[in-house]
Design a protein around this ligand. Structure first.
Ligand code: F6R
Length: 604
């Protein structure tokens, strides 16, 4: 949510900031801006819309070797040029970009800033005015003024601040919002995500909450808020520029859908030895064995992946699994079992709602495992244990390969624990073999793209609403399928337990309502779902069936290769990802950057 970049040193700041913002555009794309300075000449350019819109406003003479930039996902104030970052202080000497939410900004305005003129409605503008006031009206040193403002500010933030009268420094601070320092030769950088600066360096430094950093061209000094200097080493980001490009694909989402067989194989090589034995961290296995209940906390697609894994986890570990919506559990924690283990399932590792649960869990001394795609992310650092998804960067806002990687990673965990417990069913479950079959099943579905696109055209091109139905694991998949369709095609869609429809919601079915039915794994429930299909068809619904091959009948629409029932959520979700993709494409929408959304939701 919002991306920030900054650079100080011996390089062309405009170029570095703009390429960085392009890489961070997935974090917010309603407006953007950069501030660049030579030390003498300052340039501020802001624009509503995408980074491409900002590009078109850049004059050739916008030059300098120090600068900061921002791509915005609006929280306070509409997406306008005035509300776009960077923001400036009253005299325009101080320039600030911010990712996060300042909770007490109105109070700060009232307490300190009477007589100041504000151009927009953002919390960030108040913060930079406050810093400017402390320096210019109260005579404080810049660093002290920044610190004093941080003492007053409540909320989440990653800040990068420039004093236009001393363009050799960027002041940085962080609390709850992600921020990294990129280390160059003769220049240093600031960014929300290593992807932004991977073209320039693979050496990064983590910044923790409530730390301040003074970034100069050849030094980086980290301090805590008490002024203690902290030693902090660099780490190498294992990212490749080609991982974050679209290649020949029209959209990241399609590339990421296509990458899923490779991700499955990568997980096999990561979490299993050549002979098929599990390579899951022994401490993690022990933590699960010691728990009397597993709580999976997550948001959105990750939550849905937790649901899709629940039955398998319970069957293989003999431990009950409960799901929690992170944004609720952070503040309404239910009665827990005596020995809980919290699993934070999160692609980005930065989701504020999930982090809030982890903060609570840590306060309560509850052991936690973060399963994430991003090594070194906040939730990974703050949990007791981490397991990585190895899915490669996911850039499309709509999550696809992270979902399937989450289910597969949980399968490795479940099998490893079940084996350690000596459970026959876990020992007999040949996960490496079964996941290879899943990879092949995904490939087979991907080879049917054109046929799927045609069916989507017939079913979803004009509708305003739709339903997914299924039973058992298919029901869990329908929830994710509906979320995907909603978020990128703007079709109102609900995932429903097929048997539950007749208890009320069937009243919404009318002539032409699209209903997509998922049928896998179980003959008994398959027959019941067929019955539910008949019920909606007789009320005018247009049906599309997605069926595993052993249960398929003449007239079914999309046939999915059979896989082990524990893993059917992975193979069954693939056609639904393609359905969402083609529905969005056919409606001429921006598949990768749907309206109102952003990847990595770092505000609560
Ligand atoms: C939807 C989507 C979101 C995320 C959710 C949690 O396609 O991507 O629903 O799943 O915002 O994000 P993570 O997994 O990063 O915690």
């Amino acid at each position: 949510m919002c991306g920030i970049v900054g650079v100080v040193g011996n390089r062309n700041a405009t170029d570095i900031l703009m390429q960085g913002l392009e890489k961070l555009e997935y974090r917010g794309y309603d407006s953007a801006g950069i501030f660049v300075t030579t030390g003498q000449k300052n340039s501020l350019v802001k624009s509503v819309g995408r980074i491409a819109d900002l590009h078109s406003k850049l004059a050739l003479d916008i030059a300098g070797s120090t600068g900061i930039g921002h791509t915005r996902w609006a929280t306070h104030g509409k997406p306008t040029v005035d509300n776009a970052h960077p923001h400036r202080s009253q005299t325009e000497r101080f320039v600030l970009v911010h990712n996060g939410v300042i909770e007490n900004y109105l109070q700060m305005k009232e307490d300190y800033l009477s007589g100041h003129d504000f151009k927009g409605q953002t919390d960030t503008e108040i913060a930079v005015h406050l810093i400017g006031k402390f320096v210019e009206e109260e005579g404080m040193e810049v660093f002290d003024a920044f610190k004093k403002a941080l003492d007053i500010i409540e909320g989440s933030y990653a800040f990068a601040l420039i004093d236009a009268e001393d363009a050799d420094v960027i002041y940085v601070a962080k609390n709850k919002s992600p921020l990294l320092i990129g280390l160059g030769d003769g220049y240093n950088m600031v960014c929300s995500d290593a992807m932004a600066m991977i073209r320039e360096t693979n050496q990064f430094m983590e910044i923790h909450d409530k730390e301040l950093v003074i970034v100069k061209k050849d030094s980086v000094q980290v301090q805590d808020y008490d002024g203690n200097i902290l030693e902090r080493g660099a780490y190498t980001a294992e990212l490749d520029l080609s991982d974050i490009g679209k290649g020949t694909y029209p959209f990241y989402m399609l590339k990421e859908i296509d990458e899923q067989p490779t991700v499955m194989r990568k997980l096999i090589s990561t979490y299993a030895d050549q002979d098929g034995s599990m390579k899951v961290d022994g401490d993690i296995i022990k933590a699960v064995q010691e728990a009397d209940r597993i709580y999976i906390l997550a948001a959105g697609t990750s939550y849905n992946a937790g649901f899709a894994s629940k039955n398998m986890l319970e069957a293989l570990t003999d431990t009950p699994v409960e799901l929690g919506v992170a944004s609720e559990w952070g503040y309404h924690m239910p009665l827990l079992s005596k020995k809980p283990l919290f699993i934070l399932l999160t692609q980005s590792g930065e989701t504020a709602d999930s982090r809030q649960v982890l903060v609570k869990a840590n306060e309560m001394g509850i052991p936690s495992l973060t399963i994430t795609n991003v090594p070194g992310s906040t939730l990974s650092r703050e949990a007791t244990y981490t397991m990585l998804l190895h899915a490669g960067p996911e850039i499309a806002v709509a999550s696809t390969k992270a979902y399937t990687a989450q289910v597969a990673a949980l399968a490795f965990l479940a099998k490893a624990v079940g084996e350690a417990n000596g459970k026959k069913e876990a020992i007999d479950f040949d996960l490496v073999h079964e996941l290879s079959i899943v990879a092949q099943s995904i490939e087979a579905t991907l080879s049917e793209k054109d046929a799927i696109a045609e069916k989507v055209q017939n079913l979803l091109s004009t509708t305003r609403n739709a339903f997914y139905i299924g039973r058992g694991n298919d029901y869990y998949v329908t929830i994710e399928a509906a979320l995907k369709l909603k978020e990128i095609s703007y079709i109102q869609c609900e995932g429903f337990a097929a048997g539950e429809l007749k208890h009320g919601t069937i009243s919404l079915i009318e002539d032409g309502t699209p209903v997509i039915a998922l049928i896998s794994a179980n003959e008994v429930t398959a027959a019941h779902t067929r019955g539910n299909i008949a019920e909606v068809v007789s009320r005018g619904a247009h049906i599309l069936t997605i069926v595993e091959e052993d249960l398929a009948r003449d007239g079914d629409d999309i046939i999915v290769n059979q896989v082990h029932p524990y893993l059917s959520s992975i193979s069954m979700v693939i056609p639904t990802q393609l359905i969402a993709y083609y529905a969005s494409l056919q409606r001429d929408l921006d598949v990768d950057k749907p309206r109102n959304l952003a990847k990595a939701v770092t505000v609560e």
